[in-house]
Design a protein around this ligand. Structure first.
Ligand SMILES: O=C1O[C@H](COP(=O)(O)O)[C@@H](O)[C@H](O)[C@H]1O
Length: 253
């Protein structure tokens, strides 16, 4: 479905250098899309990614980024209350959103009062509404929503979003947002964007730090021929894919 991605791999000595470079990358894309279309649609993951966004709250970016034009989404979310320790929304709110002047109405968190099925349906319906009102673009190539930037993390097992190795959801090709009730990583109930949505993105940053991830990074970026693809190997956007790795994550390359 998606055209072959333009892929860049950036390796930094430290996670601190990853965070510095990532902040500039995001700020530059924000500037580009705010100028081009008057809005910037950015998709956050949970996990270690949020800590790596810490440089965005420094004065240099607080004062220059057009935060009021940001529209913030989640690649995946755990179906727990928003104040629960496992909530990806809470993680992002505490680490970033509470510290920058993004309009509350432009932060699209899930309805945590619904079941996983209901929350996935509700999120997909809200995305369709945002396409209809022009906030969210639609990919002419795939017919799925085209976010300006997605920030992906990767688990040690090679999962991205809540799309886990060997799970049937890897093959979902109709839904924009779906749900899982048997996530191998707790908590079990989650909603997640599907691969057709991920791969319709204009830009994707895959941010991976730490030694436990090195084996999956090697499988994804090394030369070995392995027939069984890890979820991370299925990330192939219409636009540009950039890996941000620290030395530990890249240690087996
Ligand atoms: O459960 C999740 O895990 C992945 C990876 O997290 P990390 O802490 O290993 O970076 C994360 O990207 C996803 O959003 C989250 O729900």
């Amino acid at each position: 479905m998606a055209a072959t991605a333009e892929r860049k791999v950036e390796v930094f000595d430290t996670e601190e250098e990853v965070a510095v470079s990532l902040a500039k990358y995001i700020a530059d894309l924000s500037d580009k899309f705010c100028k081009e279309r008057g809005a910037f649609t950015i998709v956050l993951s949970g996990g270690s990614l949020i800590e790596s966004l810490r440089k965005l709250v420094e004065p240099q970016y607080i004062d220059s980024v057009e935060w009021s034009k940001w529209h913030v989404f989640w690649l995946d979310e755990r179906v727990v209350p928003k104040d629960h320790k496992d909530s990806n929304y809470k993680l992002a709110y505490d680490g970033l959103l509470s510290k920058v002047p993004i309009l509350p109405g432009n932060v699209y968190s899930i309805n945590d009062a619904l079941s996983p099925e209901g929350a996935a349906d509700d999120y997909e319906t809200r995305l369709k509404h945002l396409v209809n009102c022009g906030v969210l673009a639609l990919s002419a190539a795939s017919g799925f929503p085209k976010f300006d930037l997605m920030l992906l993390g990767m688990g040690p097992d090679g999962h991205v979003a809540s799309l886990f190795p060997g799970h049937p959801l890897l093959k979902e090709n109709k839904r924009w947002v779906t749900f899982i009730k048997d996530s191998p990583k707790p908590p079990p109930e989650r909603i997640t964007f599907t691969f057709p949505v991920i791969n319709s993105s204009a830009y994707i940053a895959l941010v991976v730090t730490g030694a436990p991830q090195a084996g999956s990074v090697q499988r994804a970026l090394g030369n070995g021929q392995i027939s069984d693809k890890l979820p991370v190997q299925m990330v192939s956007p219409e636009g540009e894919l950039t890996w941000f790795l620290d030395k530990d994550a890249a240690s087996k390359l």
